[in-house]
Design a protein around this ligand. Sequence first.
Ligand code: ATP
Ligand code: MG
Length: 332
Amino acid sequence: MRTEIAIEIGTSFTKIYKSKCDVVLCEPTVIAIKNDNYKKPYAVGSDALKLVGKTADGIKIIKPVNAVEILDFNALTALISAFVNKILKPFESVKRILLSVQCGSDGEVIRHFENALQSARLYNICTVETPVLSVLGVGNVLTQTSANGIIDFGGGQTTICVLNLNGVISGVSVDFGGNDLNKSIIKHLEEEVNITITDTQAEALKKSVASLMQDDDTKTVVSGKETTSGKARTMLISASMIVKPVMEFVNKIAEIAVMVLNKLPDESIIELNHNGIILTGGGSNLYGLQDYMFNKLGYKIIMASEPDLSSIIGAGKVLANKDLLLKLKLKQ
Ligand SMILES: Nc1ncnc2c1ncn2[C@@H]1O[C@H](COP(=O)(O)OP(=O)(O)OP(=O)(O)O)[C@@H](O)[C@H]1O
Ligand SMILES: [Mg+2]
């Protein structure tokens, strides 16, 4: 039995779509390796993420990808193999794989990811740019003359672009995302309220209370260490206590978006006004982002219904439509 799959290897999450089955995997891009045994990983995905900060000697927790950079090729290959094995039935193999790659990735970057797939025994690879897939994933139609806006706020990178069936009209990918926002939140709390928290706690804090509303008083309890003395400390943190780093971060994205939009020809501006800009990527779950971006950019902002999965859902649509795949796949 042979099947077709699509894969997106994100900094934070790897997503896999399987033909005739839908999205079958969305797990952290994390692997635990014991005693350098890459052939038999100790844990992968969600199971590996649970081990962060709790491992014994001999176990390494590796996050092998950051934006478009492969930080640990062997770990990535082992992770891809493990994920693909998880979603295949016994005696099933992969006859074609669609790889979602970040917009503007150069040939060398694409080759590195393709090499990782091949090392995981995955061949017959075609690549399509992620924002194109996101547009299709949210149900929009790509034409030769349309202008579709995407803000993809990921873990390690943020992509802002306007595109149509012919490609990107104006766009940029920057290598900062939700992981960098976690770092800014940690630094801000250290400086302002003398508490040091881990990245895992910052991630949870961001997801539960971070907001772009100045007067938001959603609160949560966070345990960490007193920055100056190192003593254990528990504190009630409200959304307004971290609104400054959150806003600074989002403002950076908005500034880049304004630059991208300013480069659009007049015809595209009219089209984009009609279609609006789609907010996608896990980071777009940030509370208040839709209204905030509307105020900054002036265009209609549409929240993807499953922002973390838009592009892999789109990849599934492309796999099912061979004419579209031919049009969209990158030529190398
Ligand atoms: N509710 C939320 N509020 C804020 N951020 C969130 C929320 N939910 C998820 N995120 C962030 O979304 C990011 C992950 O999104 P996504 O899965 O799109 O990234 P990725 O595709 O793995 O990364 P990249 O595209 O940068 O390589 C993480 O930084 C995570 O903290
Ligand atoms: Mg992504």
